[in-house]
Design a binder for this molecule. Structure first.
Ligand code: GLA
Length: 458
């Protein structure tokens, strides 16, 4: 038997523990020394990079080498030991939102893809207690609310607003006012003139219904073209015209390959301008966002950089046209594998350039796709990646929220669409995975104390 604290590098933070009879007598022992005090013993251990543990209280000092695998780091039942730090405290019970308060009181920790009929039991509630910002999955979308032309039903969307505002005592993100996807046929069948009027009416009804409770609103979702061949932005970046870079097809979250006609473009060519203007008309305080996928990095795979550059040009255009846009939402449906995702430095540079336009930045839908099989090493890598992206965001004052797209692994939208395992922060039983204490660590301002994900060749 071994103890629970033997996986060096993953556990413990300057921690002293009394081992029990569970440990294997005689293992991990490195040397006996005669020293006068316990402090001298501790110092010897500190000076020896191989020493991961020491024991004894003067006269007899026992230095122990790192334990690995099944061998415990102790040699006697009485022994105490200290893991050399600093380590991430994986045993922490601090919630993400509490940790955020220690360094960035303005920073929101969000969870999205919520359904009003889920997450009611105690373990789900314990997981939800980490968050103070909530976004619905589908129930607040255009034709989920406007079920048929001019007939509005807010019941389900209200359910998520209540989770955010009442249960979490937090903030609600209204998602989304205008999007090319998940619209019922009645909307697609309208003439361009009726679509335009319907967009204006819908935004009025929905925004007035939520008022200031809609603390942030994804006014337009996923409008930018994915194509990597044509109209590729080059530096120095332009200020896009109102129609530049707009897609005329739908392609859910960048994952589905089947494309369907876009309800808004080109039928309502200025739909972005209409959406932002109308949203502001009905809510002065709501933070108005543009939200998209594959726009997370200014470095890394070229196809992500191209779309990020397009978004940059498009937002410069929106600002130059005087649209009331407060921020950009970067979705972050990303891969764990280094070659398939933006670099951390590219993510930081990207966040910074939007902030330099005077915009807020929210990470709005993060999940990290891991290809099977699941392993401890992948869990650690995923934890570091979540934490390093969070760290990149925290380093920019205008990056003010980090929302993960789903509460527990079993409910992730990705499982039915891609060959991935465990993309979220909580496992199927709503237990925190390693990513949670790693995120707590960076939220507490303790920095990246491990080998950064981009420095590890996987
Ligand atoms: C996109 C949308 C979300 C959601 C996800 C898939 O990213 O913005 O609303 O539909 O796809 O869950």
């Amino acid at each position: 038997m071994t103890t629970t604290t033997t996986t060096l590098g993953l556990t413990g933070i300057d921690r002293y523990e009394t081992l029990t009879s569970q440990c294997n007598p005689g293992t991990g022992l490195e040397s006996f020394l005669d020293l006068d005090t316990r402090e001298e013993c501790a110092k010897k251990c500190d000076m020896n990079p191989r020493c991961m543990a020491f024991g004894g209280n003067g006269k007899k000092c026992y230095l122990k080498s790192a334990c690995s695998g099944e061998a415990g780091p102790c040699d006697r039942q009485w022994c105490t030991y200290r893991l050399k730090g600093p380590f991430v405290d994986t045993q922490t019970s601090i919630t993400l939102k509490e940790a955020a308060k220690t360094t960035r009181t303005d920073f929101l920790i969000g969870v999205g893809d919520l359904d009003p009929w889920k997450n009611n039991d105690a373990s789900a509630q314990a997981a939800l207690a980490h968050f103070n910002f909530a976004t619905a999955g589908n129930v607040c979308k255009y034709t989920a609310i406007q079920k048929s032309e001019n007939s509005y039903d807010f019941t389900s969307c209200d359910g998520i607003k209540n989770v955010a505002v009442n249960s979490m005592a937090g903030k609600f993100r209204l998602h989304a006012l205008a999007w090319g996807e998940q619209n019922k046929q009645w909307l697609l069948d309208l003439t361009p003139e009726r679509k335009r009027q319907n967009l204006i009416d819908s935004i009025r009804e929905v925004v007035l219904h939520y008022g200031a409770d809609a603390w942030a609103i994804d006014v337009v979702n996923e409008a930018i073209v994915d194509d990597t061949q044509n109209d590729v932005p080059q530096e120095p970046f332009r200020t896009a015209s109102s129609e530049q870079h707009l897609k005329s097809y739908s392609n859910l979250g960048g994952v589905q390959s089947a494309r369907s006609p876009h309800p808004w473009y080109p039928d309502v060519r200025d739909y972005i301008d209409i959406a932002f203007t109308e949203a502001r008309r009905h809510c002065a305080s709501c933070k108005l966002f543009y939200n998209d996928y594959n726009v997370e990095g200014a470095g890394g795979p070229n196809w992500i950089k191209i779309k990020s550059d397009r978004l940059y040009e498009a937002t410069k255009g929106m600002l130059s046209r005087g649209l009331p846009i407060d921020g950009v939402g970067l979705q972050f449906h990303i891969e764990l594998e280094r070659v398939k995702r933006p670099s951390i430095s590219g993510i930081k540079a990207n966040i910074e350039r939007f902030a330099n336009l005077g915009l807020e930045v929210h990470i709005t839908e993060i999940d990290i796709k891991v290809s099977p099989p699941w392993s401890d090493a992948k869990e650690l890598e995923q934890a570091k990646l979540y934490a390093e992206i969070l760290h990149a965001c925290l380093g920019v004052p205008k990056c003010t929220a980090f929302t993960v797209w789903g509460l527990r692994d079993a409910d992730s939208w990705l499982l039915s669409r891609a060959n991935v395992v465990k993309p979220l922060l909580f496992d199927d039983e709503y237990k925190p995975k390693l990513a949670v204490p790693y995120m707590v660590h960076v939220l507490q301002g303790k920095g990246i104390i491990w080998t950064p994900v981009d420095d590890v060749l996987v």
